[in-house]
Design a protein around this ligand. Structure first.
Ligand code: GTP
Ligand code: MG
Length: 326
């Protein structure tokens, strides 16, 4: 199948083509870039929803319930689980896929796991691109689960329309986590495991902090028991309300501007870094000297920058970096 056919089939909502396209994008290189170019115009319609929070908070269980809730309203949904890489297998954890197996027979549901492969932050290097693909395939909602406290929330918030931060009672770090820039990026808070003691108190604490720091817009706080599905209908109603609010005035456009800026900056950063390190003679030696404190960090940066510019004008550096030799 040619690349053009694959893009056409993705845009037509063909699930098998979508799975193949994601694999292609994860592999990278010129084929991935061409495929993304061919579907990009069709993306931007789905309600992209980030679901993030500490390990074990119940994110996958919640996503599973949200899928059911959305399907009950005849809405199609794609779920992407961005897992931490297991140091033993090097692959994505299987648990989420097993759990969601019951949705696999449903043609209105698409589920995919991807590994972060040690990438900093909560997103895999290609998560944004995979979101574009799934979005272009015409799903009404795209749920993206990422693990983490801190950078993960900030990253997913720059890639999704609505960001849900999941907290659970009895975790001492929940309130602590809110101080690390997370509060600003959450559009919605979920207090999951509300069947555990302390849910009401955690809610009051979160609400108190939000009122203090952002009195003009306190995000909704929804209590859920993902294990039973309690509160999930309310959560979806809040998500719909947030989407409707975004649709007002220029908000969605502003959000897209920020997402585009984050995406370009991230991709450029990675490509330029790869290119600069490849162009720097004795890069390994420079890093060794840096580790030994024989040189200052700024000296290494300056050398890498000079090597990058020596390697050619800015344009050719970017084109070459798009087609890295393996
Ligand atoms: N009591 C109770 N248990 C829950 C609830 N939601 C999820 N769990 C359980 O909590 C455990 C972790 O749930 P997951 O959905 O895997 O959590 P997660 O946040 O996706 O975990 P990671 O992806 O590993 O970070 C599982 O054993 C769930 O059954 C809840 O509302 N109440
Ligand atoms: Mg999970």
């Amino acid at each position: 199948m040619s690349r053009g056919d694959l893009a056409t089939r993705v845009r037509a909502g063909d699930r098998r083509a979508l799975a193949r396209a994601i694999t292609c994008v994860e592999r990278g290189g010129p084929a991935a870039a061409a495929l993304l170019d061919a579907v990009y115009g069709a993306s931007g319609q789905a309600h992209t929803i980030g679901v993030t929070g500490p390990p074990g908070a119940g994110k996958s269980t919640l996503v599973d319930r949200l899928i059911s809730e959305l399907r009950g309203k005849q809405r199609s949904v794609a779920a992407i689980a961005v897992d931490p890489t297991s140091p033993f297998s090097g692959g994505a954890l299987l648990g989420d896929r097993v759990r969601m197996m019951r949705h696999f027979a449903d043609s209105g549901v698409f589920i995919r796991s991807m590994a972060t492969r040690g990438h900093l932050g909560g997103l895999a290097p290609t998560t944004r691109e995979v979101i574009h693909l799934v979005d272009a395939a015409g799903y009404d909602a795209v749920l993206v689960e990422t693990v983490g406290v801190g950078q993960a929330e900030v990253d997913i918030a720059s890639a999704a329309m609505s960001t849900i931060v999941v907290l659970v009672p009895g975790q001492g770090d929940a309130i602590q986590a809110l101080k690390a820039g997370v509060m600003e990026v959450a559009d919605l808070f979920v207090i999951n495991k509300a069947d555990h003691p302390g849910a009401g108190r955690l809610r009051a604490e979160v609400e108190g902090m939000l009122r203090l720091s952002m009195p003009e817009r306190v995000p909704p706080i929804v209590q859920t028991v993902a294990a039973t599905g309690a509160g999930v209908a309310e959560l979806l109603a809040e998500l719909d309300a947030h989407r409707a609010w975004l649709n007002g005035r220029e908000r969605l456009l502003e959000l897209r501007r920020r997402a585009a800026a984050a995406e370009v900056r991230e991709a450029l950063g990675e490509r330029l870094a790869r290119r600069a390190l490849a162009a720097l003679p004795d890069a390994g030696e420079w890093l060794e000297r840096l580790a030994r404190r024989d040189v200052a960090p700024s000296a290494v940066l300056a050398a890498a920058e000079q090597a990058l510019f020596r390697a050619g004008d800015g344009e050719s550096a970017l084109v070459d970096a798009r087609h890295p030799t393996p």
